[in-house]
Design a protein around this ligand. Sequence first.
Ligand code: GTR
Length: 424
Amino acid sequence: MSIGRFIFLLALIFPFGMFAQKSEPISDESKVPAYELPEVLKTFSGRTVKNVKTWEKKRRPEILSVFENQVYGKVPGELKISDVEMLEQDSDAFGGLAIRKQLALVFRNNGKTLRAEVLMYLPKSDSKVPVFLSYNFLGNHTVCDDPHIRLTESWVPDQPAYGIINNQVTEQSRGVDSNRWPIERILKAGYGIVTMYYGDIDPDKNDFSDGIHPFFYTGNQQKPRLNEWGSLSAWGWGLSRILDYLETDPQVDAHRVAVMGFSRLGKAAVWAGAQDVRFAMVISNESGCGGAALSRRKFGETLAVINKNFPHWFCDNFKFYSDMESALPVDQHMLLALVAPRPLYVASAEDDWWSDPKGEFLAAKFASPVYNLMGLPGLPATDMPAVNEPVMGTIAYHIRSGKHDVTDFDWDQYLKFADMYLKR
Ligand code: GTR
């Protein structure tokens, strides 16, 4: 019997959380429970992985399968982009520095149509450019105050302070997130930036009648099955579809795409990067629980808390593990290991205890044996580095001062890391 099936049967026999020990979120390191991490280089049947071939053929697929069936949920089928609609182009954006493109990826199935809008700025160049691909939280028009960016017509969570009311954006929200998007610097460093509002793929609410999920329903299915995709998996799927488009864009080098994400969008970016090996680099900016942080530490946000507050993010099977972390055959270091041999950056912030910086560091550290097996340095640190002192091997890590955010310091490191691996 497969592990997934065994756990599923267990969940049927014992109701969710029967053994659960309910507790307050831990913010004190001395209260972290004793735990044992599954070894990344030992198969579920107990065999030690001694070479890259066994990793590729056996261990990687079995780990990926647990994340698919027990954590994020499987994408139930294939759906290609039906059409690309070029909405707007300007070869003189950013005072002549860049090309701006806005286009819609159109998906059709089950009598439905979904349009997801991409905004890109590319530095002017005679050759194809490397890019950072990252979702935004509130609409493409919030990443920069460029008045030519189309206002999203999608459902957006209300933010009265930004004039986002009744789930519709207004001019008032233009550029409100620009601090997290130093576009001019990125362009000047020779990289393009590609973004989409994540809600274009699936609005972030516990509702499976909207977004991309219904495009895959069969018969009178109303929601994904127990092991089928939640919203994070849908967002991850969307990142891969943007990459499908980038492969056709004559100005982008699709072999040099860094997928990056902050917070919940960091979880989606890591999941996308773990599955889709076409992404050349993966950057987790404070992705926390269900992203780069180890679940078994139960520090900050826990599985019980995330499943309760965001029941739509993961697959339904994942709810079984609320306060049952040790029953999970994987932990998040194994998700990070799926990125190997590609460069991976894990970033934390000192005041962001909710995302468990130490748990993020340890996950990066315990993903390293897979890189080492491949003859690569992995994370060149055994202890957590000091605040604002990044370490960079094939895995990089930093904890910077400050709160949960994306700052210039973070981008300084990502650009440096990209220069190490994505520059020609
Ligand atoms: C929090 C959530 C985190 C993180 C964050 C965000 O409320 O607990 O897991 O995803 O939201 O995305 O901003």
